[in-house]
Design a protein around this ligand. Structure first.
Ligand SMILES: Nc1nc2c(ncn2[C@@H]2O[C@H](COP(=O)(O)OP(=O)(O)OP(=O)(O)O)[C@@H](O)[C@H]2O)c(=O)[nH]1
Ligand SMILES: [Mg+2]
Length: 284
């Protein structure tokens, strides 16, 4: 089985940084994962991408040769990729039984206007037989005010609906909202739990907006985006928790023949062993 997790979210949300920490963490667990870069404007990576859109087309070349601006250039790059998906198939060919971490670009147009990511998710799962999931990162600065937060929740929702795969919501850069003792103070917990009653506290707004707020609240409740997982890339436990949730979403490892660690009882049946390994991963 092959697995792929799309790391999505607005520009600057911390996607590339999170990809790096996921890879570092996977390596400490002895797992093999590969980075796929889908950002034609990316400049540098801490880990070399195994597959890199810049090998197919680079934003710089498009801007130089076709005289596009940066946004038009990006759109051109993705249309080019969508017309050349066999390039991606060839690049992904050798990666059997593997786990891909796909660093996506942040422009919202790529989810909506040009359905790059939805088509890609579909191509990976239907044509290439990957188990696909996604993470949507929102920067903790979105928790600074309630309206901004709910706008962020709706952007996560629109991404989830467009992609059509299981998606985990992650609040990134949580180190920026920790107090001196390393705890999340104030209303942070309510934001992480996506407490829709925060909306009702926007007192003093015009009645028309209150009705709008109510409609937004019921939309959020219907879509059941229950909570955000806090991410602090400098804290390995937080990266580990998120990785466990991603594994769980894709049922990573559940169809595989379990590998027998050397120190385990040889007589133990394989299914028991597998369950134990899975449970242990969650307990860490
Ligand atoms: N304090 C803090 N800063 C972070 C964290 N994660 C990322 N950053 C910073 O946020 C900025 C943007 O991070 P990137 O990882 O490049 O974000 P991105 O989502 O890949 O950005 P684009 O690819 O441009 O959309 C960088 O300056 C990072 O150093 C974090 O957990 N904590
Ligand atoms: Mg990036």
């Amino acid at each position: 089985m092959r697995y792929a997790v799309l790391i999505t979210g607005p520009a600057g949300a911390g996607k590339s940084t999170f990809c790096t920490s996921l890879i570092t963490h996977a390596q400490t667990l002895g797992r093999t994962v590969h980075l796929v870069n889908l950002d034609p404007a990316a400049e540098r990576f801490d880990y070399d991408p195994a597959v890199d859109i810049r090998d197919l087309i680079s934003l710089e070349d498009v801007m130089d040769e076709l005289e596009f601006g940066p946004n038009g250039g990006l759109v051109y790059c993705f249309e080019y990729l969508l017309n050349n998906l066999d390039w991606l198939d060839d690049e992904l060919g050798p990666y059997e039984d593997d786990y891909l971490i796909i660093d996506c670009p942040g422009q919202i147009e790529l989810y909506t206007h040009i359905p790059l990511l939805p088509r890609l998710a579909n191509h990976l799962s239907v044509q290439l037989n990957f188990r696909v999931s996604a993470c949507y990162l929102l920067d903790s600065q979105f928790m600074q005010d309630k309206s901004k937060f709910f706008a962020g929740v709706m952007s996560a929702m629109s991404c989830m609906l467009a992609l059509g795969v299981s998606m985990l919501c992650v609040m990134s850069k949580m180190d920026l909202v920790k107090d001196k003792k390393g705890r999340f103070g104030g209303q942070v917990g309510r934001f992480l739990e996506n407490d829709v009653s925060l909306m009702d506290e926007n007192k003093g707004v015009h009645e028309r907006y209150q009705r709008l707020n109510k409609a937004v609240v019921s939309l959020i409740e219907d879509q059941n985006i229950v909570s955000f997982l806090p991410l602090d890339v400098s804290d390995e436990d937080s990266v580990n928790t998120i990785m466990s949730h991603i594994d769980n979403m894709m049922q990573y490892g559940e169809d595989e023949e379990p590998r027998m660690p050397k120190d385990m009882d040889e007589g133990e049946s394989k299914p028991t062993l597998l369950r134990r390994l899975t449970r242990r991963r969650f307990r860490r």
